[in-house]
Design a protein around this ligand. Structure first.
Ligand code: ATP
Length: 511
């Protein structure tokens, strides 16, 4: 995967051309940072959601799933801290009039230093070859030490200033680091201000009686307020988890990276309730378990890394991101947070209702501690899409565009192609579809030469093509073509169903 703007542009245009993602209300010139999922995109998104749900809910006997409402009682957001503290520090450039997140400017600065350090390491590796001792090099090379030291100092100072709400120091830091507007190079900055990210709305008909509500900025709170309902009705014993997927809304300050940062997006979250004191053990467990889930899709171990948080949110005692190598670099894909008993305690306080668990082994009541795993479905979609898109040069010198989606996630599993539009071949193709569609999303395609149809399906991400030809009339066999290897095999029509089912079975992938 090329690590550049070009690859990213290709992903964005491919997503539109092949019916994955459209700008929202495009005929009115779109709505900033809001997107619609098209015919293939809706399938891919559903398949990612299902892959997550099954691994969480079906594969863990102590995790159940719910579907809470987007609108919640407004006190929820007082208790959770979102009304008072769900802010991003923003800064404007006076010349370009562009708005940025002040924290992101500093983090990007640190990331650039880290990239310089990586370059030094790569250079030394080349120079020393086999004899290269990376561990020794990074602890002794003055340049690497300086780059990493400066990056660490910047991020740590940012964390301290934000912790103390010292926004003047965040600005001072940006000036001391000589950070320029990434688009124009100007260093003419405004003060740093806090900006609340929640979307407000109203419930009720008349202006006087209307209640102020918020569109939920995260799905987690729907889980916390239902903690006791689920625990009681499901007779759940600690440790146990509640999973949920659904829409969340944030009035993001800067939203320029396609579906990476949207104003309306979908989260897949799981809150795991544990005994106080055991949370860090479970935190480690979920870090490892979630990384395994990602790796099961085969998108390259080297494309993931953990980033342990320097600055912990006020409710957390440990937090890490799983970062993915997007076309614009390593960025957060999923968060794993040890949230302590902050949320349940706050809801107890604001609601006046006890949210406790009676532990029969310990014979005591307590407010459980929580470990959360939270992943953006749209970000996962972007990770899958950008990782899968390849421009391949073939043995004969030709190139093909191929979307190597993990087969389990592919929107369409197979395309059925009659070699010609006559001699009864379309009818056989239709019979094959009639049978396969009980289990799989399959399509029919008879237009153009078969080679072009293969290319079209490659670019759309379809893992299998099934070609019906004249031999099929004689012996009931077809050609099965594999997208990634382009290999073709001859097999009886009766074996197609089981062959495809095996290739896209949850057991094959998740195990
Ligand atoms: P970031 O630092 O990128 O703003 P965050 O730390 O605020 O993200 P969380 O509140 O931890 O994100 O949300 C959990 C997950 O939800 C993130 O890991 C990300 O995948 C997803 N997510 C958060 N904000 C957005 C957004 N605006 N658009 C798409 N996905 C998002």
């Amino acid at each position: 995967m090329a690590n550049n703007d070009d690859q990213f542009k290709k992903v964005v245009s491919h997503a539109k051309e092949y019916g994955y993602i459209f700008a929202s209300s495009e005929i009115y010139d779109g709505l900033s940072a809001v997107y619609d999922y098209a015919q293939n995109g809706a399938e891919l998104k559903k398949n990612i959601r299902e892959y997550w749900w099954r691994s969480m809910v079906y594969m863990h006997q102590n995790i159940v799933g719910i579907d809470a409402a987007i609108l919640m009682h407004p006190t929820t957001w007082k208790a959770s801290g979102h009304v008072d503290a769900f802010n991003d520090p923003l800064i404007d450039n006076k010349d370009s009039k562009k708005r940025y997140r002040a924290d992101v400017l500093v983090e990007d600065y640190a990331e650039k230093l880290e990239q310089k350090a990586q370059k030094e390491i790569a250079k030394a590796q080349k120079r020393f070859g086999e004899a290269f001792d990376e561990a020794q090099f990074v602890t002794t090379n003055p340049r690497v030490l300086r780059y990493r030291g400066e990056a660490k100092a910047a991020v740590e100072r940012l964390a301290r200033s934000l912790e103390k709400e010292d926004l003047a120091d965040v600005k001072a830091l940006i000036e001391e680091l000589d950070i320029a507007d990434p688009e124009t190079g100007s260093k003419n900055w405004t003060e740093v201000r806090q900006f609340n990210l929640m979307f407000g709305t109203k419930l009720g008909a008349s202006a006087e009686s209307a209640t102020d509500l918020y569109l939920r900025p995260e799905t987690a709170q729907g889980i916390f307020v239902n903690f006791l309902n689920v625990q009681k009705t499901g007779r759940m014993k600690i440790p146990f988890g509640i999973a949920q997927t659904g829409k969340a809304f944030r009035n993001e300050i800067v939203a320029r990276q396609f579906i990476f940062r949207m104003r309306e997006f979908e989260q897949m979250e799981m809150q795991f309730f544990v005994r106080p004191g055991e949370e860090l053990k479970w935190y480690e467990y979920w870090k490892e378990t979630r990384l395994k889930w990602h790796l099961s899709l085969g998108m390259g171990k080297e494309n993931y890394r953990f980033h342990d948080h320097e600055k912990l949110a006020h409710y957390a005692n440990a937090a890490a991101d799983i970062e993915f190598n997007f076309p614009f670099g390593f960025k957060e894909l999923e968060g794993i947070h040890s949230r302590t008993d902050f949320d349940l305690k706050a809801h107890e306080q604001y609601s006046g209702k006890k949210l406790q668990f009676y532990d029969p082994e310990l014979q005591e009541n307590y407010v459980p501690y929580v470990v959360e795993t939270s992943i953006g479905l749209d970000r996962m979609f972007l990770a899958v899409l950008s990782n899968s898109l390849e421009e391949e040069t073939l043995d004969d010198g030709n190139t093909r565009t191929v979307l190597k989606l993990p087969a389990i996630l592919a929107p369409v599993k197979a395309a059925v192609l009659p070699l010609v539009k006559k001699d009864g071949l379309p009818e056989i193709a239709q019979e094959i579809i009639d049978e396969l569609q009980w289990e799989h999303n399959v399509v029919y395609d008879e237009k153009d030469a078969v080679g072009r149809r293969y290319r079209r399906q490659d670019a759309a991400g379809t893992p299998f093509c099934i070609t019906v030809d004249h031999q099929t009339l004689d012996d009931q066999t077809v050609t099965l073509r594999h997208r990634d290897s382009m290999e073709q095999e001859r097999l009886p029509i009766s074996e197609l169903g089981s062959k495809i089912s095996e290739a896209v079975s949850y057991k094959t992938w998740l195990a």
